[in-house]
Write a protein that binds this ligand. Structure first.
Ligand code: MG
Length: 299
C-alpha cells in the first residue's frame, strides 16, 4: 500500500473461505469500492506498521525478543519418526496437531506419539470434535500422557456450558470461536487465547486476554511469508510487554507449502525466525520487483 505521505508498506490478504471469509476476488472488489472486511482492515493496519518501519529503515526483527514457535502437523499421516526426531533436535518443544478429520487414526497416532516422544502437544479441532470423542480421548490416555496435552483448541463450537464441561477434562484454547464468547462472564472456560493478527484486531484482543489473565499464542494465518513476518513481529512486541502470558507461538506455518523465493529469504533456526533481511518486514527487492496493480484503475 502507498499512503498520501508517500510511505509504502506491505501486508498480505489471505482469505480462508473454509472459515467463512469472502473469497479473494470479492475482497478485492470491496477494496476497490472502499468497503472493508476485517481481513482488509487488518491488512491495511499491518501494512501501515510495515510502512512506519520502512520509513525509518528499521528491520522488524532486529533487536526484538526471540519468539519460539511450535512445530505444526497439518496432517498426521504425513509424519514420520524422522520428522519428529528432526523437530526435537532442532529445538522444538511443542507440537500442534490439526485434528478432526479421522478420529480413530488420529487417536492411535496420538497415543503412540505421547508414549514415544517428549513433546508438549496442542490439538486443534477447529470445532469438529464431539464431547464423547474428547471423553474417549481422555479415557484412552494415562495421566502422565494426558499431562503432555498442553491444550485443546476450538474443540467444539463455543457455548459456555459445553466448554465449561470440557474444561473439567482438558485445558482449552480459544481461536476461531472467539466471536461467540461473552467476555462479561465472570469466569471463562478456556485458559489460552490464540491471536491471529491477520484475522482480528490485535490491541482489543490482547486487552481482553490480559484482563482475563489468559495465556496467549500468536499465530500466522497459514498465509504468505509476508504475513508470517508480521505475526512474528507482533509476537515479539507482546513478549516484551507480557512475557509471562506468552506461550510458544504458531508462526512457523510455511512448511505446509512449497518453498518460494520469499520463504527462502527467511532465516529460521529451529523454532525461531531469526531474520528477515531488509527493512520493515523484509523482502525489499522481491517486493519491489513484483508488478503491482492499483485496485482502482485511474479513470
Ligand atoms: Mg485454530
Amino acid at each position: 500500500m502507498q499512503w498520501i505521505d508517500k510511505r509504502v508498506g506491505y501486508a498480505d490478504l489471505h482469505p480462508w473461505p473454509e472459515l467463512g471469509d469472502a473469497p479473494l476476488q470479492e475482497q478485492l472488489l470491496d477494496l476497490e469500492i472502499g468497503r472493508t472486511s476485517l481481513l482488509i482492515e487488518q491488512a491495511i493496519w499491518l501494512a501501515r506498521r510495515d510502512a512506519k518501519l520502512r520509513a525509518k529503515s528499521l528491520n522488524a526483527l532486529e533487536g526484538m525478543r526471540k519468539v519460539k514457535n511450535h512445530h505444526l502437523i497439518s496432517q498426521y499421516l504425513d509424519v514420520t519418526p524422522e520428522n519428529l526426531n528432526e523437530a526435537k533436535t532442532a529445538g522444538f518443544s511443542v507440537l500442534k496437531i490439526k485434528m478432526g478429520r479421522d478420529p480413530e487414526g488420529e487417536l492411535s497416532f496420538l497415543i503412540d506419539l505421547l508414549k514415544k516422544y517428549d513433546f508438549l502437544v496442542r490439538l486443534d479441532f477447529n470445532g469438529k470434535a464431539s464431547f464423547p470423542h474428547l471423553e474417549r480421548l481422555y479415557a484412552a490416555l494415562p495421566g502422565s500422557q494426558r499431562a503432555k496435552i498442553e491444550f485443546i483448541e476450538d474443540p467444539v463450537p463455543y457455548t459456555y456450558e459445553v466448554w465449561q464441561e470440557l474444561a473439567k477434562l482438558w485445558p482449552l484454547a480459544m481461536d476461531n470461536e472467539i466471536k461467540n464468547v461473552d467476555w462479561n462472564a465472570k469466569t471463562l472456560p478456556f485458559k489460552v487465547l490464540v491471536i491471529k493478527p491477520a484475522r482480528q484486531d490485535v490491541d482489543s484482543t490482547v486487552a481482553l486476554g490480559v484482563k482475563k489473565n489468559l495465556r496467549m499464542v500468536v499465530t500466522s494465518s497459514m498465509d504468505h511469508p509476508v504475513g508470517v513476518a508480521h505475526a512474528v513481529r507482533i509476537a515479539a512486541e507482546l513478549k516484551k510487554d507480557y512475557d509471562s502470558l506468552m506461550l510458544d507461538c504458531g508462526c512457523n506455518t510455511l512448511r505446509a507449502y512449497k518453498p518460494t523465493e520469499f520463504s527462502n529469504q527467511m532465516i529460521w533456526q529451529g523454532p525461531f525466525l531469526t531474520s528477515v533481511p531488509g527493512t520493515g518486514i523484509g523482502f525489499d527487492s522481491l517486493l519491489e520487483s513484483l508488478s503491482w496493480k492499483s485496485v482502482r484503475e485511474p479513470t
